[in-house]
Write a protein that binds this ligand. Sequence first.
Ligand code: ATP
Ligand code: MG
Length: 390
Amino acid sequence: MPELSVAVFATDDDQRAVLQVLVDGTSVASTVYSNAALPLTANDPVIRKTQSFAPDVLLVDISTDAVASALRAIELLHQELPNSAVFAVGPMTQPQLIVSTMRAGVREYIERPTSTTDLLEAFVRLTSTRRKPGRESSRGKVFTIVNAKGGSGATTVAVNLALALQSVHHSTALVDLAPLGHCALHLNLKPTFTVSDAVTNLHRLDSSLLDSFMARHERGLQVLAGAAAPTSIEPFAADFARLFDTMVGLFHYIVVDASSRLDSATRLVSNLSEKILLIAHADVASLWSAGRVAQYLGESGSRDRFALVLNRYRKVAGFNEAETEAAIGAPVLWRIPNQYFAVSTAIDRGVPLMQQGNTEIARSISGLAEYLTKDDLEVKRTAWSLFKTV
Ligand SMILES: Nc1ncnc2c1ncn2[C@@H]1O[C@H](COP(=O)(O)OP(=O)(O)OP(=O)(O)O)[C@@H](O)[C@H]1O
Ligand SMILES: [Mg+2]
């Protein structure tokens, strides 16, 4: 993640020091300027001084005994530094205050007391909206695959979707974030390193080091393998942010297999994703779980990028798709046929479906890949018609 520069404004000295430590603790942002005085007029020297740092973020603490002057300062900062995003820190108990700060130009309202995670999530939201297609189209897109419940087919979809994207774009990576990584088994790879090697070496992670942590599949797909044993020590979410920032600079497409991993890392990666595909079956328990998972992962702002993929799909009497979409709050994007024999032998043999000829299920997954990339300028329409699954 590119370092965001942050200017911190807090009239209280302790609170200013705390905010500075929290900002720097995210490791995706650093404090470049801090001030106890809030600007009162447009030609206030504080404004000019702040402009000289051209900070990406202006973090303003709203002291409850000086709300009016904080709101005025936010308005001025928003007006005089139009390229900076204003984040406010204040109490959550006063809805009217939150609305007023938003009207004054605040982009994020963060609860006090604040945590590094809250700030990190807000920073990630800012950088991911700045990277919308067209602005920085050279940066890769992330597709995250999560299952509604164990065994729904997340790994099967992730592995084959990544191969489908690779066969057309030649610049695809698969990252296995699952609690126990199965991607390498599906691809018959024997990786030397895993995601945790990559994240724990982040301080010196550059593209060549990252490359050495990845295993290469014979079709050219680069794979950052998952954990080979359950582990209770999880890397800090900020480390994942840095890893993915390096990855989007290197690959056109990054497919993430989160399978049933539901934690701050999956939330963060969801925030960075173009789409989050929830793999579910068309049955009550699976769809109920899909709703809960979408709610949990979507809480940090990625809700509108969720879509359902119904795996092992067959028509079931009484199954109402429109009702399902309304209940879960996500559209049904794709349906993948139920072909147990083909899928399970592909996994057992380590020869993924996309390598096994032009089957119905391989066509379905390449159709999904085509759908997900249909708006990308660099995708040549002919590329897909030439694409063969053999
Ligand atoms: N489209 C399909 N048709 C038939 N069987 C399928 C299909 N997709 C997956 N399966 C079966 O479901 C099983 C689980 O698939 P997979 O490992 O991809 O799911 P997962 O969601 O990643 O599971 P986990 O919770 O272990 O991470 C596989 O062993 C496979 O046999
Ligand atoms: Mg899995």
